[in-house]
Unconditional design. Structure first.
Ligand SMILES: Nc1ncnc2c1ncn2[C@@H]1O[C@H](COP(=O)(O)OP(=O)(O)OP(=O)(O)O)[C@@H](O)[C@H]1O
Ligand SMILES: Nc1ncnc2c1ncn2[C@@H]1O[C@H](COP(=O)(O)OP(=O)(O)OP(=O)(O)O)[C@@H](O)[C@H]1O
Ligand SMILES: [Mg+2]
Ligand SMILES: [Mg+2]
Lengths: 274, 287, 287, 274
């Protein structure tokens, strides 16, 4: 056995892997919108109305904040987008896939169009930081050499290079969150969905992470961020969708923003007497 | 492919306890199953040999001419279900009798008939055969068949075989339950991981394959362990039999333990793979 | 107390899959163990009865006086290891002989001796007994003992007992491994819960007790299930034996299945409780 | 069987339960300080230095914020206090228990002196919200009737009454966090430790939760909160301990606060250019 060939086998994913990808891609709609939601409702277990008749259109390349009090339905809305949930009623098209008609076996295709930062991080506990991010690349069938090249960069962006051999259980909350962000970013997906990506980060790191997201957006990624971090919302001055009790109560585009900034942000001002 | 195999192997390290538990449980189940099958095989084999040991004795008429005997022997040998025929002349038999019972035989003329000792290849045809031969009135006086003993042994052998079969089914069922439980629990304990993998965009096969290989390896290792144990146990049991109960040795069947072990290991692998497949499907189906 | 029991019971609902898996696995293990023990008991019992079936024949001297016979019978009966003694007069024997072998016995005087048929209560003392009786030269001519057959059967019985014992140990070990694996995994799957409980300030016993009760209930239910299966299987097997191989019936031992089932269930409970205790300790010890 | 007696058995925890409490309480130091840490260091797995030579004294009745960037060692410091970790070196006395000498079987006694809000919530997944909080009471051996009486109040304080029969997996991140807070508060412990209790809460709810904590503090509970929520830190004007790379870099008492408020808070001001 020659070391050379052994190394090559180790480095490349053989083409046989392609059997693990679904054969025929489903029909994709030719729509300019990245996300189109119309009259979507979600009812959990037939009891809790998490979303009521929500309609929404997010064009490709947008940067959108989703805000609202706890339990408003932000996570529910995001879970709809990556088809972790099916809407109880209504139509939903994401990245050209009609989610209400998407066959189960095509769901992975949809999810590869997006990077997702989960509210509870969702890191694989038995894998190191490095392996966690590698996994997200392997899912797409990328050759190992390429993965190895791009990983350091994304780890550096979120500032986790020094802990890349640690297991998630050995990281602080904020560090786990940053790893989750790195995993979502690594494949430069067309759509980035982030649920509370800075909940456990200090303001400085939050700003850094938001800048990373903005940078991704500038490279063409559509970004949708659910957050309570009004400082960032305020600073970035992008479109803001406010959800409350399962309904969209405000949707303010970039243009309208400047004029109405203050009302949205009142609650974050330190002096507010609550 | 290689990468997925690598995945499966590193999972061994990642889930040390689960791996150990799964392998030992599968090993125990398969060892019990294998041990039972071996025992069953030996017992039913012994019963068959016990039946085979029975002989039919054909007593010729006193007035038969010596020249007719070879033809008669030929005729008996040609019958279906006869394994071998041995000729005992009346002189031989009488000589033995007089030697064994000098008092009882003194002063009596040789009343013994020429005799054929017939070994049967199919004990079940014994009665039919004896009927047939008994009908050859011109040369055969009577046929002696230890019918009742033979029937007893035959019925016992049949009974053992049937009960053993049923037992084997029950054991296979039991092993299936235990192994599938073990694998199900170990997949269950990883349902969150599976969920995360799905959300990251992994296709079902991408998730399933390492788990499948892992289950297969569990089964393979468990089966191999079981085969090793049985090999050792079988060997020392064989020695024990030879030492302590040499009279049982003729009843022992030799088993190709290598093949048996291989079958066990492969069976384990199949069981493991099947078990994983079935139990993963549940968690994959939920989107 | 009551609250902790209630905890244990609601845990059944909370961990449905685990509960099902644990109970069925324990049931299978215990059923196999119990089935083996029952079979082993029956076989060794049958072997014992086969040995007991052997008889020793004591032939008296021809010149013995009829009046001396009862005393002799008394004397034999008094020996240790003798179960019963039956007297056959020489006239009785001769009558039977003449009836069975009219040709061989015609014109011969009665050469048969008075005979005592001795049933032994301890086959192992057979040789010693025969030696002793043979020494009573004044009244005993010879003693007939089917020594070689008896020895064969005895050795086989011994062998079966020893192998069975070893098998039982192996099976107990196997059941222990499987059951403890199952319980270990199911506790392992809950290590996070246990950790949280500890952090909230629960004492080790407060955590352990519901798990203990739960393990015990798993074992109890598993054992009861196993006992039920064995009861059913034993019953129908008994019927099958009676129908198909009636000649084996005298060799059957009757087992108090109720007691056996209870023992099995209790054993399961013990096993479950012990298994939980041991496997919880690991997670409790880590602070 | 009479219904009456059956009901009573169901309602009370029999005195037999006392066998589950350790028999002899360990020596407690008579110190006015609730927490006394001196020269404490923590090294994880012999590699990561999470805390270096930290000394600290928190008197009973104090309300202290623990701030610092992610990975600074805040959670590590808190884990020391409830003896989830042992210090690699240094001395530590909490609520009168010398943690470096505390026997393992007395650890539950220590933990009953405190309510803890974990960064990852730490709810029991197989129990409903109600059962989770009940469990924390049962641990103390409280009679069921009393538990039933006080639970609604604490659920109401965190605003979770309407979801009290839900399982943690069916709650939004913020709702889980509020349940965790309710569980920590329900026994009115002498010491309350909260790790990032408002990380997943919107600003309004955060303010409400902080008020709940302040209320508890007013009733005598010593409160220690690790947080990135500088709005709250700012608003409440209490003692702030800043940790950075495992060291205490600032420790500003209530008195010193007013004068030095601005420097601490600069990073939270929306206008800051990072
Ligand atoms: N699996 C579920 N079953 C039942 N109800 C659920 C489930 N998941 C969420 N809910 C309920 O739906 C509502 C919306 O939840 P969602 O997680 O979308 O809130 P959110 O806006 O993300 O809140 P947060 O900011 O706290 O994360 C909440 O009242 C929650 O309790
Ligand atoms: N179990 C562990 N093993 C090894 N290192 C650990 C472990 N837990 C934490 N660390 C490391 O110790 C350092 C401090 O972690 P800690 O959780 O105390 O930070 P933190 O201040 O709580 O951060 P955050 O605000 O993100 O929660 C981090 O660098 C972290 O990676
Ligand atoms: Mg949410
Ligand atoms: Mg922390």
């Amino acid at each position: 056995m020659r070391v050379q060939s052994g190394a090559r086998i180790g480095l490349f994913i053989p083409t046989g892997l392609s059997v693990f990808l679904p054969a025929c891609p489903p029909v994709r709609y030719n729509s300019r919108a990245m996300i189109e939601m119309s009259h979507v409702s979600v009812t959990y277990k037939g009891e809790v109305d998490a979303l009521c008749d929500v309609s929404l259109c997010i064009p490709g390349g947008d940067f959108v904040f989703l805000v609202g009090p706890t339990g408003a339905g932000k996570s529910t809305l995001l879970r709809l987008l990556y088809r972790d949930l099916l809407p109880s009623s209504g139509a939903l098209v994401v990245a050209g896939y009609d989610l209400t008609r998407l066959r189960a076996r095509d769901v992975p295709l949809l999810r590869r169009q997006m990077g997702i930062v989960f509210q509870d991080y969702g890191l694989l506990p038995q894998r190191t930081v490095w392996e966690n991010i590698v996994f997200a690349c392997q899912v797409l069938g990328q050759p190992r050499r390429e993965i190895r090249k791009k990983l350091p960069e994304v780890l550096d962006q979120v500032g986790m290079t020094h802990r890349c051999d640690a297991y998630p259980g050995e990281l602080s909350g904020g560090e786990q969150q940053r790893v989750a962000i790195a995993r979502a970013l690594v494949n430069q997906p067309p759509l980035l969905i982030a649920d509370e990506p800075t909940g456990n980060l200090d303001p400085e790191t939050s700003v850094g992470i938001m800048d990373v997201l903005r940078e991704a957006n500038r490279r063409g990624t559509t970004v949708l961020v659910a957050t309570h971090d009004k400082t960032s919302v305020d600073r970035l001055r992008r479109r803001v969708i406010a959800v409350e009790r399962g309904r969209i109560v405000r949707d303010e585009g970039q243009a309208a923003y400047a004029a109405e900034a203050i009302p949205i942000l009142t609650t974050t001002l330190p002096r507010r007497n609550w | 492919m290689l990468f997925l195999l690598h995945e499966a192997l590193t999972n061994f390290r990642r889930h040390g306890l689960m791996t150990m538990a799964a392998i030992t449980t599968i090993a125990v189940s398969l060892a019990l199953l294998g041990g039972f099958l071996l025992t069953f095989y030996q017992v039913s084999n012994a019963a068959r040999r016990a039946v085979d040991a029975f002989e039919m004795r054909v007593f010729c008429r006193q007035e038969i001419r010596k020249e007719a005997l070879p033809a008669l022997k030929q005729r008996i040998t040609a019958l279906q279900g006869v394994a071998s025929v041995r000729y005992l002349s009346r002189e031989q038999i009488w000589a033995e009798q007089t030697k064994n019972y000098p008092i009882d035989t003194s002063g009596i003329p040789n009343q013994m008939p020429d005799t054929f000792v017939v070994k049967l290849s199919d004990a079940r045809r014994a009665t039919a055969l004896s009927e047939e031969i008994r009908n050859w009135r011109e040369s055969v006086d009577s046929v002696d068949l230890p019918e009742s003993e033979m029937n007893s042994v035959l019925r016992i052998a049949d009974f053992l075989r049937n009960v053993g079969m049923a037992g084997a089914f029950v054991l296979v069922g039991g092993a299936l339950i235990v192994v599938s439980n073990t694998i199900r629990i170990s997949v269950f304990a990883r349902r969150r991981e599976i969920k995360i993998m799905q959300l990251v965009g992994a296709t079902p096969w991408f998730i399933r394959f390492p788990l499948l290989i892992e289950g297969m390896l569990h089964g393979l290792l468990g089966g191999a362990l079981a085969a090793l144990c049985l090999l050792g146990a079988g060997h020392s049991l064989g020695n024990l039999v030879r030492e302590n109960v040499p009279m049982l040795v003729p009843y022992l069947a030799s088993v190709d333990m290598l093949r048996f072990g291989l079958a066990l290991a492969l069976g384990g692998a199949l069981l493991g793979a099947g078990g994983s497949l079935v139990s993963i499907r549940r968690y994959l189906r939920a989107l």
